[in-house]
Design a protein around this ligand. Structure first.
Ligand code: AMP
Ligand code: GLY
Length: 429
């Protein structure tokens, strides 16, 4: 009987994970909860299973007799789904609730970085308005204020001047928009951002290919933050040796610390880095694959993802493993629906999917099936990943696919990976 895996989540990241698992020579039997119409091509979707309900997930995993549950998003991790599965004797790919605090609490993550000796921005934690104002007096501007808990990327306010900082303090403590009592006040860092993901087995961290994502809605990095409008991998400025060095600096010390704390870290540890003039500094940890970085990283993976997931679920299981990536470039362009990121439009009919599949990987993020048609069902609707021997070719393939697809109000950035294409030209000269 082939190996059986249940993937939790239903966005573009999970579609990329399911596609990568389905390429495994082990021909796994795949299930995905809730899944989406794109994922349905490679996995049995379970639209009625709530991925954040530990008891329901455990019962379903038992009923389906799966060998492993792989968790895509952060919410099930923080809710303790991995702990419930472990108690039932079911293996998972993902950290325990205690280890997922690295993402679930920014104050916990900062304190862990300091203890582990990981370079990060200077910070303080404040729990009321007066303390925040006093801290502001000390730090001056620009300054960054972050809600402690999960806020889907919206809890970070960058304040360039004092008025913005005072307004942000009101947002956190008077409006309590994030329902938080703890706020991290952090030094503002400048530089290029880098997403560095590692796969971890509780003892060891193996870095995956470096990636960059595009967080703002507008070209030239303007306008409000989104869940991510595009990504690419690799990043030419990071050589293989540097990748190992960076990982030894930002992943391994945290894996060691969590092991010492009795909360061994299994799954993906994602370090969001700022490459500053003073060297790399960690902005944040996520305890899962990045979205949309995964959509550009996994198509380049040459190793068997099923094998890596199983190995990472066992203490020290990755010891003998290597992770290899193709030399190819991959570029992901996100198509978003009308109104995103403030709102999103549902039910707009999508055309051109088959044509797009001729030039790129078509990844479903927020789609639904309605009367035999595929329609929009979220902010980020589709991700097109172009793969090619160089950045320019990969980009052309992604944009050819992005142009082939149409729906009312379609939004996309046209400058995804421009930096990579420019660097490639510079290197050629
Ligand atoms: P985070 O969720 O902590 O990664 O923050 C979201 C985004 O805010 C990051 O990707 C950065 O673009 C920006 N950001 C966070 N912290 C800082 C900082 N200390 N300095 C400058 N920008 C930051
Ligand atoms: N791409 C940013 C994230 O996944 O949090």
């Amino acid at each position: 009987m082939s190996i059986r895996i249940l993937v939790l989540g239903g966005g573009g990241r999970e579609h990329a994970i399911v596609k990568a698992l389905s390429r495994s020579p082990q021909s796994p039997e795949l299930f995905c909860a809730p899944g989406n119409p794109g994922i349905a091509a490679d996995a049995t979707c379970l639209p009625d299973l709530d991925p954040v309900d530990p008891a329901a997930v455990t019962a379903k995993a038992r009923e389906l007799e799966v060998d492993l549950v792989a968790i895509g998003p952060e919410a099930p991790l923080v809710a303790g789904v991995v702990d419930a599965l472990a108690e039932a004797g079911i293996a998972s790919f993902g950290p325990s609730g205690a280890a997922a605090r690295l993402e679930g609490s920014k104050a916990y993550a900062k304190e862990a970085m300091v203890e582990a000796g990981v370079p990060t921005a200077g910070y303080g934690v404040v729990t009321d308005r007066e303390a925040a104002l006093a801290r502001l007096e000390e730090t001056g501007c620009p300054v960054v204020l972050k809600a402690d808990g999960l806020a889907a990327g919206k809890g970070v306010l960058i304040c360039l001047d004092e008025q913005e900082a005072r307004d942000a303090i009101e947002v956190f403590f008077t409006e309590q928009r994030f329902g938080e009592t703890e706020v991290v006040v952090e030094e503002f860092l400048e530089g290029e951002e880098l997403s560095l993901l590692a796969i971890c087995d509780g003892e060891r961290a193996i870095p995956l290919a470096p990636a960059q994502d595009y967080k703002r809605i507008g070209e030239g990095d303007t306008g409000p933050n989104t869940g991510g409008m595009g990504s690419y991998s690799p990043v030419q400025t990071v050589s293989p040796d540097q990748l190992e060095e960076l990982s030894a600096m930002v992943h391994q010390p945290i894996v060691d610390l969590m092991a010492r704390r009795g909360h061994p870290f299994h799954g993906v540890l994602y370090a969001g880095l700022m490459m500053t003039a003073d060297g790399p500094k960690v902005l944040e940890y996520n305890t899962r694959f990045g979205d949309p970085e995964t959509q550009a990283v996994l198509p380049r993976l040459e190793s068997d993802l099923v094998d890596l997931f199983l190995a990472a679920s066992i203490p020290g299981g990755l010891v003998e493993k290597e992770v290899s990536f193709a030399k190819d470039f991959a570029i992901t362009v996100v198509l978003a629906s009308a109104g995103y990121p403030a709102s999103s439009s549902k039910g707009d009919v999508i055309t051109g999917l088959d044509e797009a599949a001729g030039s790129a990987e078509v990844i479903h993020a927020g789609t639904a099936e309605q009367d035999g048609q595929i329609v929009t069902a979220g902010g980020r609707v589709l991700n097109l990943t172009g793969v090619g021997p160089d950045a320019a070719t990969a980009r052309d393939r992604a944009y050819d696919a992005a142009e082939a697809i149409n729906f009312d109000g379609k939004q996309m950035r046209r400058d995804i990976a421009e930096r990579a294409v420019r660097r490639e030209r510079e290197l050629d000269q």
